[in-house]
Design a protein around this ligand. Structure first.
Ligand SMILES: [Zn+2]
Length: 173
């Protein structure tokens, strides 16, 4: 289009076109070409602006994706660390339990395991100030007297929840 406008301009300037009608028509064509060129330049500008704004949006979304990815990576790392910690704790507790279980008489261990299953994971409870810490009930005076009279080797049971009662210095006896 530019070439055509330049050619028209050249013809106009060369003096080759002499008829007023041709001159007028040539001039009109030059004007029309100039207008179309202006319109096309506006379109190009608009496309460039839209491209720029799309590019900005792409950058913004990429940043957000990176931020979310970083958060996900962080959460995964913390989960893995927590899992590792729990695994180690489980291993330690399991080892400790094995050691303790090895020192408990077989029949008592069997009773404890049975009660543990029946009583939601707690087979033995501390007797604390005359109260069973398994079921939270206070022993009545008869029960307290029975506990007092029992030898240290006797395996005591809570009359209410049937858990093994463990006597300590704080049992309130
Ligand atoms: Zn109890």
């Amino acid at each position: 289009m530019r070439q055509r406008a330049a050619r028209d301009q050249q013809r106009l300037g060369s003096g080759a076109v002499t008829s007023p009608k041709d001159l007028e028509s040539l001039q009109r064509e030059i004007t029309s070409l100039a207008k179309r060129q202006g319109d096309l330049e506006d379109v190009v500008l608009e496309v460039m602006e839209r491209r720029e704004s799309a590019q900005e949006r792409v950058t913004e979304l990429s940043d957000r994706v990176s931020a979310v990815q970083a958060k996900a990576d962080d959460a995964t790392a913390r989960r893995d660390a927590a899992t590792k910690e729990l695994d180690e704790e489980t291993a330690t507790v399991t080892k400790e339990r094995e050691l303790v279980a090895g020192s408990v008489p077989a029949d008592l261990l069997k009773l404890y395991d049975k009660l543990r299953v029946q009583q939601g994971g707690v087979g033995a409870a501390r007797l604390y100030q005359r109260r069973c810490e398994g079921c939270r009930l206070e022993l009545n005076i008869t029960e307290v007297n029975d506990v007092k009279a029992a030898s240290p080797d006797t395996v005591l049971r809570c009359e209410n929840c049937r858990r093994i009662l463990v006597r300590t210095a704080e049992s309130g006896l």
